[in-house]
Each structure stands twice: as structure tokens, then as C-alpha cells.
Design a protein around this ligand. Structure first.
Ligand code: HPA
Length: 290
């Protein structure tokens, strides 16, 4: 594996390295990283022999300001696979710069994980989606309209980094690992769809006219996270898969008002199913069919 720290800009590299060194000194390591979205944090209850470190104790980490995002890293074994879970995510809408929101996933990469499963709560744009449906992310569109990795990578215009940043047909989500996730869900008896995730700024939920536009652009689900994380991890050579929990239908199809509490409650209702899928997937993602 190339030294991933060399892919980071010199200003960010030391910060990422300091946090990773602190965690390594606590014995934290793992093969698969898990990023747990709104309402899905309880997946950590399935981790055996857990070591939990509050974000506040990790050098440079912010504590999430969003309710239900606990802000701790939990490492241990899940389905026999060493994992490092981020229970609590930092979002651009909290007013944080990318070097803050992306630090936790950069640290997962620095700790040497091979794959990261990004999970999130999302609104369904596909009119067939119902609250509680799961969507494996086949691809994404990042509607932040600015490169979230600006200034974070070494030599962004240099040949090596450019090759890493603009991968062939822009397949940020690893096809083989994505297929493994779909097959694991089937094996766990949990139906999943596949689709395109649109990442927007928030924090307000989008008005109807934006929903109409996103649908016309063939987006199947919309949320406020994940795409920048996926781009960074991919640029650092980490294989990425994504799983959205559809917490609400898009309001164009009738839901009058939506609150963060609605999103969290639906997440809580289906999080055991999400955990079943993740646990079934983990051995497959590391090449051990279990
Ligand atoms: N829009 C944006 N983000 C979301 C939604 C939504 O409808 N539901 C959950 N996260």
C-alpha cells in the first residue's frame, strides 16, 4: 500500500498523522471502517470487544453538534472482522470547513483500513421509495459545487494525484465491493435497491422545485453528507461502498413537513436491519465469504 499520508497536502498531513498516532497508541486498528449516519449509530452495539474513544479525546477532532450524532470512535470485531466505526459524523452545514468534517475519515485511511462503508439517512427521490427502504449507493452527484478536497491533497494538479482524483469514468464506489454488499443484503434477507445519491448543503430540507430538478437529473436519494467523504477516501486508495437508509419520501410526493426527529426515528426503526446487512457484508468485503 502506498503511504497514504504522502497523498495529503503538507498542511493537513501532520494533523491527520497526529490523530492517527494517538489512536494507534491506544491499540486502535481495523480492516473496515464504518461511518454511521443519523439514527444508525446503534450499529456499534454489534461490535464485540469494543474500545470507544470520544471525539473530544482525539487530537483535532470536533464533536458533532447534531443531536443523535454521538461523536465517538468505536473499534472492535464485527462478524469476526476488525472494524473501526465512526459513531457520529460532522457535516458541512455545521459551519465546519472540509479539513474538519473530513478529518475522521482521513484518519480511518491513515489507520490503514482497506474499505469504508459510508451509511446515511436520505430522502427518497425515486417515487417508489418508502421510509425504511435501503439503497446501496451505485454513484453520487456532489451538489456542493466546489471541490470539497481543495487544499487537502498533495500536488492536486500533479500527474500522480490527478490520476488518483479523476478515476477513469469517475467510479468512486468500488464495483466489486458494492456487488458484495448487494449479495450480503440478499443473504441476510433484507431487500435493497441501488441508486444515485445526491449530496446537498442543507441544513434545510429541499423545497419541491429542487426535488423536481434532482429527479430530472436521475438522482434517487438526497442527503447532506457522504459524497465528500467518498471522494476523499477514493483519492486515498480506500475502497468505498455506500448504503442509504431512506427515512422519508421526497416532499414532492406529499409529505408536508419533515423534521430531523422524523429522520432519526425512521433510522432507529430500521437500524437493526442496517446492522444485519453490514454484518453480513463485512466478511465478504475482506474476501472471506464467512
Ligand atoms: N433531504 C436531505 N437530507 C435528508 C433528507 C431529505 O429529504 N432525509 C434525510 N436526510
Amino acid at each position: 500500500m502506498t503511504d497514504r499520508s504522502l497523498l495529503l497536502s503538507s498542511t493537513w498531513r501532520d494533523r491527520v498523522a497526529a490523530a492517527a498516532a494517538d489512536l494507534r497508541a491506544r491499540g486502535i486498528g481495523g480492516r473496515v471502517g464504518l461511518v454511521l449516519g443519523s439514527g444508525l449509530g446503534n450499529v456499534v452495539d454489534r461490535i464485540e470487544r469494543p474500545t470507544a474513544v470520544p471525539y473530544g479525546e482525539i487530537p483535532g477532532f470536533h464533536t458533532p453538534s447534531v443531536a443523535e450524532h454521538h461523536g465517538q470512535l468505536v473499534a472492535g470485531l464485527a462478524a469476526g472482522v476488525p472494524v473501526i466505526a465512526l459513531q457520529g459524523r460532522l457535516h458541512p452545514y455545521e459551519g465546519l470547513a472540509p479539513e474538519e468534517t473530513l478529518l475522521p475519515v482521513a484518519v480511518l485511511a491513515a489507520l490503514g483500513v482497506e474499505t469504508v462503508i459510508l451509511t446515511n439517512a436520505a430522502g427518497g427521490l425515486d417515487p417508489h421509495f418508502l421510509p425504511g427502504d435501503l439503497m446501496v449507493i451505485r454513484d453520487q452527484i456532489d451538489f456542493h459545487w466546489r471541490d470539497p478536497l481543495r487544499g487537502l491533497l498533495a500536488d492536486p494538479l500533479g500527474a500522480g494525484a490527478a490520476v488518483g482524483r479523476v478515476p477513469g469514468p469517475l467510479r468512486v464506489y468500488d464495483p466489486g465491493q458494492t456487488q458484495a454488499l448487494v449479495e450480503a443484503a440478499a443473504a441476510a434477507g433484507v431487500p435493497v435497491r441501488q441508486g444515485v445519491y445526491a449530496s446537498v448543503w442543507g441544513p434545510s430540507y429541499e423545497p419541491k422545485v429542487e426535488i423536481t430538478v434532482l429527479r430530472r437529473l436521475h438522482c434517487d436519494a438526497v442527503g447532506m453528507s457522504t459524497a465528500p467523504e467518498a471522494m476523499l477516501l477514493h483519492a486515498l486508495g480506500v475502497r468505498v461502498v455506500g448504503l442509504s437508509c431512506i427515512t422519508n419520501p421526497s416532499r414532492e410526493t406529499g409529505q408536508p413537513e419533515l423534521s430531523h426527529q422524523d429522520v432519526v426515528e425512521t433510522g432507529a426503526r430500521v437500524r437493526e436491519r442496517v446492522a444485519d446487512v453490514l454484518l453480513a457484508a463485512l466478511p465478504r468485503l475482506v474476501g472471506d465469504p464467512g
